[in-house]
Design a protein around this ligand. Structure first.
Ligand SMILES: [Zn+2]
Length: 331
C-alpha cells in the first residue's frame, strides 16, 4: 500500500515536471495545449496541432523525430529536404511530396483531419518550377506558410489575401533568397510573423549573421531546437476569453536603432518576467522588465543613448521559458 502510494506520488511529480519543461508542455497534454511549432534546424520543422496531429516538413536537420507523423510534407527532392527515413509514420500518415503536390503543373489541395494543405509555387535558378513547391497549412486559426526552396517570386503577393500568421522563409542567399529579398517577400505577403529558415547551406543549420541581415518588422527568430506556441495575430489581443497563449520575443523595432528601440514580447500565462539586455561580452547593460506580468503582449522600450554602437543581446525569461534575440545599435 505504501509502495503504491509512493508510485502514485512519483507519477504525479513526473507529470507536473513535464509540464514545466520549456517547449515540453505540449507533449504531456496535447488536448489542452495549443498548436506548436518546433524548428529542428535548416528547413526542417515539426508542428503539433491542438488536436494532437503531428506534422513534419522537409525532414533532414535535428534529432527530434520521436513523435510519429500524421502528415509528412516534402517540398522537393534535395538531400537537405527529403530525409524521410528519419520520420516514423503512423499507419494513417499522409505523405505529400512535390510529385503529389503538383500534378501536370496544377498545384493540389489536400485535407487531413482538420488540417488543410495547399501546394503553392516555389522556384528559382536552382529549383525548377515543376520539381519544387511551398505549402500553406491551415489548422485551428493558424495559417502557416513553408516556402520551400524558392527565390523571390511574384506569386508571393497572392498569399497576402490568405492572411498568413506564420511565414517560414529560406534566406541563405546561395540556393534561396538573400535576407534582403526575404524582407521584400515579407512585404509582399504581409504575414503576422516571419521566421527565418534555411539560413546556411548544410552542414550548418542556422546562421546568426544571415538572420541579423533579415530586418522585416514581422521577424520572429526561432533557433534550432526551440519551440513556439502558435497563435494567430488577430485573436491575440481581443477580450479576456481569447488571451494569447504564445511565448515569444519579437525582433526589436526599429533595428538597427539609434538611440531608442521598442521590444515586444508575449507570455502565455501570468508569471515573474525578466527582460534584460547584455553587451557582446555578456555584461548586463540594462534591465527593462523585472516584475510579475499578466499573460499577453507586452512592450518595453530600450534607450541606448548612453551606450556604444554594437550588437546587444536581449533575453526574455518567464515561467521557465527563455528566448533571446540580437539588436544593433548604430550611432
Ligand atoms: Zn535546400
Amino acid at each position: 500500500m505504501e509502495n503504491l502510494r509512493k508510485l502514485i506520488l512519483l507519477f504525479v511529480v513526473m507529470i507536473v515536471c513535464t509540464a514545466f519543461i520549456p517547449g515540453g508542455r505540449v507533449s504531456a497534454a496535447s488536448d489542452t495545449a495549443g498548436d506548436s511549432l518546433k524548428i529542428l534546424g535548416h528547413a526542417s520543422v515539426k508542428i503539433k496541432t491542438s488536436d494532437g496531429m503531428v506534422i513534419y516538413i522537409d525532414p533532414f536537420a535535428g534529432t527530434d523525430y520521436a513523435d510519429s507523423a500524421d502528415v509528412l510534407l516534402v517540398t522537393h527532392q534535395h538531400g537537405d529536404h527529403n530525409a524521410v527515413h528519419l520520420v516514423k509514420r503512423k499507419q494513417s500518415c499522409v505523405t505529400i511530396t512535390n510529385a503529389e503536390a503538383q500534378v501536370a503543373g496544377v498545384y493540389q489541395h489536400f485535407a487531413v483531419g482538420n488540417i488543410t494543405i495547399d501546394a503553392v509555387p516555389a522556384y528559382n535558378a536552382n529549383h525548377q518550377k515543376n520539381s519544387c513547391v511551398g505549402y500553406v497549412l491551415e489548422f485551428s486559426d493558424i495559417r502557416l506558410y513553408h516556402a520551400g526552396d524558392t527565390g523571390l517570386i511574384d506569386e508571393m503577393s497572392d498569399l497576402k489575401d490568405r492572411h498568413i500568421t506564420h511565414a517560414l522563409l529560406p534566406m541563405d542567399g546561395i540556393y534561396t533568397m538573400t535576407p534582403e529579398e526575404a524582407v521584400e517577400a515579407a512585404v509582399r505577403m504581409d504575414p503576422a510573423h516571419t521566421i527565418p529558415i534555411h539560413t546556411i547551406p548544410p552542414p550548418g543549420t542556422f546562421s546568426e549573421a544571415i538572420v541579423d541581415r533579415f530586418t522585416a518588422p514581422s521577424k520572429l527568430v526561432v533557433r534550432p531546437g526551440e519551440t513556439i506556441e502558435l497563435i494567430s495575430g488577430s485573436t491575440a489581443i481581443e477580450g479576456e476569453s481569447s488571451l494569447p497563449r504564445s511565448f515569444f520575443l519579437k525582433q526589436n523595432y526599429p533595428n538597427p536603432f539609434n538611440p531608442g528601440t521598442s521590444i515586444e514580447f508575449s507570455i502565455p500565462e501570468a508569471g515573474y518576467t525578466v527582460l534584460r539586455v547584455y553587451d557582446m561580452l555578456g555584461k548586463e547593460a540594462a534591465v527593462l522588465v523585472s516584475e510579475r506580468l499578466g499573460p499577453g503582449l507586452h512592450r518595453a522600450e530600450f534607450d541606448g543613448s548612453r551606450m556604444q554602437s554594437g550588437v546587444y543581446i536581449v533575453k526574455l525569461a518567464s515561467s521557465g521559458r527563455i528566448s533571446s534575440g540580437r539588436m544593433l545599435l548604430l550611432k
